[in-house]
Design a binder for this molecule. Structure first.
Ligand code: NDP
Length: 301
């Protein structure tokens, strides 16, 4: 039951026992969030027995059913929800209130039950910032960042880089229209930070050295995907963080390894965004190592 994929109909309008958490997505079968959160809750229950009553399940909810699903989960008293593809942007317009830091992103991945309705947060940016600092030993603050991609994940990453006051942000994306949309969206947040966009096939000659590269494209999910960027075109990159974690070693990360560039995959971001969500719901400090170990086990690593 714990591992199964549920639907709204499986709830049968019944209030679940204990304190219920869930992740909603479509598809959702691949999600390892239940494994991470269940491991964390078991660890938390060792010192605070009330967490033994908490559950975290995954629900397959098609996008057209999301508004109804959110109303139903709220009515049934779920304490918190995570949202994954394709719900993060749709939910933004369905919730009662939004954390100010999530507003410029236009997407939410964590909802907290309040008597008036869902309160929305976005913990992806925190997950990214924490993971980059932990894995590559450098904060986003003061770093010169080369962000690859202009989709949903890149939007959150760009906002986080600017909110953390990076020293400069270069964004490379295949489609010029999507790139321009992202540049327009973040322009009001730049507040003096230089922001540039370009096509990854034609990088400008004056790119600075010491760039921290963040891959927020989906290029690398499949083995025959093209490289999202040729890292050999850069002078002494500071590091490569690839948001992809499955497969754990993308072509981009292999290229970084071959050139001695510090690098890491997106598993740490997944773990830290999840830990932040659980902290929001529980109000206590989270056993991040238990979540990381469970995530690795769930991926067979
Ligand atoms: P979107 O579909 O919103 O965006 C996809 C992006 O990838 C676009 O910029 C697109 O460019 C680019 N892209 C796709 N295929 C290629 C290609 N063959 N070559 C170059 N660029 C390409 O996806 P998301 O933003 O939601 O997700 C992006 C990645 O981030 C995914 O791999 C996802 O798994 C990962 N992710 C990881 C998280 C974590 O916790 N570790 C959290 C969230 C996301 P174009 O505009 O030209 O189409």
């Amino acid at each position: 039951m714990m591992d199964s994929v549920l639907t709204l109909q499986d709830l049968g309008g019944q209030r679940p026992a204990g304190t219920a958490l869930a992740v909603l997505g479509h598809p959702i079968k691949h999600s390892i969030s239940p494994a991470m959160h269940t491991a964390a809750l078991a660890e938390m229950a060792r010192s605070a027995p009330r967490f033994a009553e908490w559950t975290y399940r995954r629900f397959d909810v098609p996008p057209e059913e999301l508004p109804t699903a959110l109303t139903t989960f709220h009515a049934l008293g779920f304490r918190g929800l995570n949202l994954t593809v394709p719900h993060k942007i749709i939910a933004f317009d369905c919730v009662h209130s939004i954390d100010p830091a999530a507003r410029p992103i236009g997407a939410v991945n964590t909802l907290l039950w309040t008597p008036d309705g869902w309160h929305g947060y976005n913990t992806d940016g925190y997950g990214l910032a924490t993971a980059v600092a932990e894995e590559l030993g450098r904060p986003l603050t003061g770093a010169r960042i080369l962000l690859l991609g202009a989709g949903g994940a890149a939007r959150g990453a760009a906002v986080e880089c600017l909110q953390q006051r990076c020293a400069g942000l270069w964004i490379a994306n295949r489609s010029a229209d999507n790139l321009q949309q992202l540049l327009d969206l973040i322009a009001p947040l730049a507040d003096g930070i230089p922001v540039h966009g370009f096509n990854p096939q034609h990088p400008p000659a004056d790119l600075p050295g010491d760039l921290m590269i963040i891959n927020a494209t989906s290029a690398g999910l499949r083995p025959d995907d093209p490289l999202p960027f040729d890292v050999t075109r850069l002078r002494h990159p500071a590091g490569v963080y690839d948001m992809i974690y499955n497969p754990p070693q993308t072509r981009l990360l292999s290229a970084a390894a071959a050139h001695g560039i510090p690098h890491a995959n997106g598993l740490s971001m997944l773990v830290h965004q999840g830990a932040r969500a659980l902290a929001i719901w529980s109000g206590v400090s989270i056993p991040v190592d238990a979540m990381r170990a469970a995530a690795r086990r769930a991926l067979g690593l």
